[in-house]
Design a protein around this ligand. Structure first.
Ligand SMILES: Nc1ncnc2c1ncn2[C@@H]1O[C@H](COP(=O)(O)OP(=O)(O)OP(=O)(O)O)[C@@H](O)[C@H]1O
Ligand SMILES: [Mg+2]
Length: 438
């Protein structure tokens, strides 16, 4: 069921090695290409391709043909930029119905303290997974150790090499509908790339935005996209909760379109042109007046700001707050880090500080200084985070454990309960223990 050693790196070609990440967004599809700078852990982003996304709504594929067309254009754009044909990618996706479920597991290490080996960590992860029941038609996308305890001492970052008699784990499993994964794989394959790995978007966005200090002290990240808000909560360097709220900037655009009775493309323009989150100032007109398609429009600006601010207040103080509460993390000294296209709105950080009652930082991608200048803004945090995700998994394969493609291929859509994996025998256990000790 779990593939502990699988990495999602794209393959090498022409003597140098590339990593390719693909962000399936509601507004745009982004393909990021990075070149390795060393055998492990370092890569330089060398190109970012993109295309408008037309077959995705609220983060979920709703039209296969349109999505394949958008993907093909984005892949071509990236390939032209780096002058290489791309062959495979790690794909970031989201969609409604993403569940983040925590389970606990425990193993005994023996009657006397001994050193924890890698196989013990695999066993304790499996013991926590045995306590998880995956609903029919769903599958585990990620298995993420949240916290280890050794002989009752909690907060162990990495038990490998430490001594003890009992190892406990809290595990977070990200559960997604099998059909969503199959649609994603189907579209990417039809657009000409093999899927070498999958990552849930809030995780990629968090890795793309959070500084190491923020991820250790406790912080929440919101990727405020077009159709969704990806939410993640990190503490002690590990994700404690990941969620997708199916509301994003496009809902604000729709609200403006409804209030002003104008098409969404004009509403989108107005949203970007007016400082809808800024405090009223004498320089700003009280009324919004414009001509469109031969008609004159006028609306009091405060009416528009009320509608937009109400939408964002509800989004952050209800839906996003609920997800932060679900993480169980009660103190977030690192505050709220906001990224994604919605974070472009003028003064959104000041406005949100009042709503969430904690410090708010608008974050560019951590790698923005090494990304192409026109494609290094807040909209590209998730895409750049995919490369960080792949590299982090290579450094520590037990930090973010992939689902196995074989397991998903074995899932029958009509009866999607996959057969239980064969349990390791005591004989295998002894052999592995022997191999690691000697
Ligand atoms: N200057 C701006 N002011 C306000 N909103 C903006 C601005 N620029 C972009 N946006 C909004 O950002 C959203 C797109 O963000 P982004 O590119 O991060 O989305 P996406 O990744 O494609 O979508 P998702 O992650 O939700 O699937 C749109 O709603 C767009 O209107
Ligand atoms: Mg996005």
């Amino acid at each position: 069921m779990l593939s502990f050693m699988k990495t999602s790196a794209s393959s090498a070609y022409r003597g140098s090695e590339y990593l390719v990440g693909l962000d399936l967004g509601t507004s745009k599809i982004t393909v990021v290409v990075a070149e390795r700078e060393g055998p492990y852990g370092e890569a330089q982003i060398i190109g970012i391709g993109q295309a408008p996304s037309t077959g995705i709504r609220r983060g979920q594929i709703v039209n296969i043909d349109q999505t394949v067309k958008s993907l093909t254009r984005a892949i071509e754009d990236a390939a032209n930029m780096v002058g290489e044909n791309l062959s495979e990618a790690t794909v970031a996706f989201s969609g409604a119905n993403v569940q983040s479920i925590k389970t606990k597991g425990m193993i005994s290490l023996g009657r006397a303290p001994r050193t924890v080996i890698k196989f013990d960590i695999e066993r304790v992860i499996e013991s926590a997974q045995a306590n998880l029941s995956v609903p029919s038609g769903r599958m585990i996308l990620h298995t993420i150790p949240v916290e280890y305890s050794l002989d009752g001492t909690t907060g162990i970052d990495d038990p490998l090499g430490m001594a003890g008699m009992r190892l406990d784990i809290e595990l977070m499993s990200i559960i997604v509908p099998v059909a969503i994964v199959q649609n994603v794989k189907n579209c990417v394959t039809r657009a000409g790339l093999e899927v070498s790995g999958l990552v849930i978007k809030p995780l990629a966005s968090a890795l793309g935005a959070l500084t190491p200090e923020e991820s250790v002290v406790g912080s929440a990240v919101v990727d405020f996209g077009g159709g969704t808000c990806g939410v993640s909560v990190f503490l002690e360097g590990r994700p404690k909760h990941l969620a997708v709220v199916p509301v994003g900037g496009d809902h604000i655009t729709n609200d403006i379109a409804v209030v002003l009775k104008i098409p969404t493309n004009k509403a989108e323009e107005i949203k970007k042109d007016f400082a809808l989150f800024s405090d009223p100032s004498p320089e700003q007109p009280n009324s919004l007046e414009f001509e469109y398609m031969g008609r004159s429009y006028a609306c009091p600006l405060d009416k528009l700001t009320d509608v937009v601010q109400c939408r964002v207040e509800e989004l952050f103080s209800v839906y996003i707050k609920d997800e932060i509460t679900a993480s169980g993390v009660t103190s977030l000294p690192g505050g709220l880090i906001v990224t994604g296209g919605g974070a472009n709105s003028a003064d959104i950080d000041r406005y949100l500080t009042k709503i969430v009652n904690m410090p708010v930082r608008v974050s560019l991608p951590l790698d923005s200084g090494r990304m192409p200048p026109s494609r290094n803004g807040v909209e590209y945090t998730c895409a750049s985070g995919i490369i960080r995700y792949v590299l982090e998994k290579e450094r520590d394969p037990l930090k973010y454990i992939d689902y196995s493609f074989e397991a998903e291929n074995n899932v029958n859509i009509i009866d999607p309960i996959a057969p239980a994996p064969p349990r390791r025998t005591i004989f295998q256990y002894v052999i592995n223990l022997f191999k690691e000790l000697f």
